[in-house]
Design a protein. Structure first.
Length: 219
């Protein structure tokens, strides 16, 4: 009980730090980052890796870019995402025009660090959505993390494209074992066909086993 209470307090502190930066972030980014943190916090480090690898594949982040540093810059910047025509322009602004306060960055509290990670992740997620041309439910990133896809950028990208027609929520529910039989079969078939394209050297039997193992319940 005490551990759970402490965790909730920690997340609450990070959410408060995000809200305190509304003048720099704007209400939309504050809302996105707060929601992201509440959804992703139990798996945060792996979720950040998932977001990072796919964003590099899509050319949104450079290999040297750091999500937490981007969040820190956003929380200190004079301009908000709404001041730019695209999220890509906003990321370029943070990357090239905002200097990181290294002393403040290194001396931040744990809650402040997590707040910066949530803000940076939300910015990058928006960039991914902009690049792909569709919205991605926050729970998708947690599902990818729980599946251990944090170093499999091509696989993540292929899943996003396979379920882009408003079906990403079904994919998430499939991994949680929460679909009815008809939709479970449909998602499973889509994944099998996806992996046949992605990994043509795998046998159909091995692909089917792989897809079945993606139903990981609540672990």
């Amino acid at each position: 009980m005490g551990l759970f209470s402490g965790f909730c307090s920690f997340v609450s502190g990070a959410v408060s730090a995000i809200g305190n930066a509304i003048g720099s972030l704007g209400s939309t980014l504050v809302s996105s980052a707060s929601t992201f943190l509440k959804v992703a916090s139990p798996y945060l480090s792996v979720v950040l890796d998932v977001i990072s690898v796919v964003s590099q594949l899509l050319g949104i982040l450079n290999p040297e870019d750091d999500i937490e540093e981007m969040g820190a810059k956003a929380m200190e910047a004079d301009k908000k995402p709404e001041d730019f025509d695209s999220n890509a322009e906003y990321i370029d602004y943070l990357r090239n025009d905002i200097e990181l306060d290294k002393e403040k960055f290194e001396n931040a509290t744990d809650a402040e660090k997590v707040a910066r990670q949530a803000v940076g992740a939300s910015i990058v997620i928006k960039g991914i959505e902009e690049k792909k041309g569709f919205d991605i439910p926050m729970t998708t990133w947690v599902a990818m993390a729980k599946l251990g896809l944090d170093d499999k950028a091509n696989e993540i990208d292929k899943i996003l494209d396979t379920f882009k027609e408003g079906k990403l929520e079904d994919f998430v529910k499939y991994t949680e074992g929460k679909l009815d039989a008809k939709r479970e079969i449909a998602v499973g078939d889509s994944l099998v066909n996806m992996y046949k394209e992605l990994e043509p050297n795998m046998s159909e039997e091995d692909i089917e086993k792989k897809v079945m193992k993606m139903d990981i319940g609540d672990r």
